[in-house]
Design a protein around this ligand. Structure first.
Ligand code: KIV
Length: 259
């Protein structure tokens, strides 16, 4: 059954952790959905993980629409969140136009980066019927390199207040990226909406990982990531085996040919 924002919100109320993973293409989204993930995020991390871009800032609305459509063609049950790309929510008008486009591609919710300063945009989106996921802490569209935010009391208070402001403005979900455990615990306890953590400890209401990191497709290994597979090595082995089999004329054999 298709999961709605109410299903996700209910999980917070009943204390069941929410699972979210990024996906950018049809087959990955299909497998994730079949595995029973609660939510699939078409993140702007598509740029660095799939498209060979150097930064999330290179990702365009056309990229997001293309990948959101592919994911939505695959997903039957999971709640699909799609990112508004860099500069895609600079004004309320841009945010509304881009949110409409992603929703038409099949997204159930749009995510935008920004701390409390994005509250007015979140409000306009929510007033116009969009389901909105906020995203605070490390914001790849703004910050040059991954780092922990909220280590000192001043910044921790700014993040805490920002989270409350975004929630009051109408966000129904919020990603907390790279915050210290005690801060994400405090925010998760204070907000009525689910918090989804990445690099923010296990007190969040749910967790999200970038699929390439989770599968071991990325060369880099961040502290917050556990590789649940070594897909890069497995793919390499499979490609080598195929190349060798063709070169030696061992493939295609009788089984794969017609007489
Ligand atoms: O784009 C993305 O993958 C994200 C997650 C890291 C939360 O925003």
């Amino acid at each position: 059954m298709k999961k709605t924002i109410n299903h996700i919100a209910q999980k917070k109320k009943t204390g069941y952790p929410i699972t979210m993973v990024t996906a950018y293409d049809f087959p990955t989204a299909q497998v994730l959905d079949e595995a029973g993930v609660d939510s699939v995020l078409v993140g702007d991390s598509v740029g660095t993980n799939c498209l060979g871009y150097k930064s999330e800032r290179e990702v365009t609305m056309d990229d997001m629409a293309h990948h959101t459509s592919a994911v939505c063609r695959a997903v039957r049950n999971a709640f699909v969140v799609a990112d508004l790309p860099y500069r895609g929510a600079d004004s309320a008008e841009d945010a509304l136009t881009n949110a409409k486009r992603l929703t038409e591609c099949g997204a159930d919710c749009v995510k935008l980066e920004g701390w409390g300063e994005k509250a007015d945009i979140v409000r306009r989106l929510a007033e116009n019927g969009f389901t909105v996921c906020a995203h605070i802490g490390y914001n790849p569209q703004q910050h040059n390199r991954p780092q922990l935010f909220g280590k000192d009391a001043g910044q921790a208070a700014e993040l805490f207040d920002g989270a409350k402001t975004l929630c009051d403005a109408g966000a129904t979900l919020i990603v907390l990226e790279m915050l210290p455990n005690n801060l994400s615990r405090k925010i998760s306890a204070a907000l009525p909406i689910p918090t989804i953590g990445i690099g923010s400890g296990n007190a969040c209401d749910g967790q999200v990982l970038v699929v390439n990191d989770l599968l071991g497709m990325s060369r880099r290994l961040f502290k917050h990531v556990r590789r649940f597979a070594n897909q890069r090595e497995k793919m390499f082995e499979a490609f080598k085996d195929y190349i060798d089999a063709v070169k030696s004329r061992e493939f295609p054999g009788e089984d794969h040919s017609w007489k």
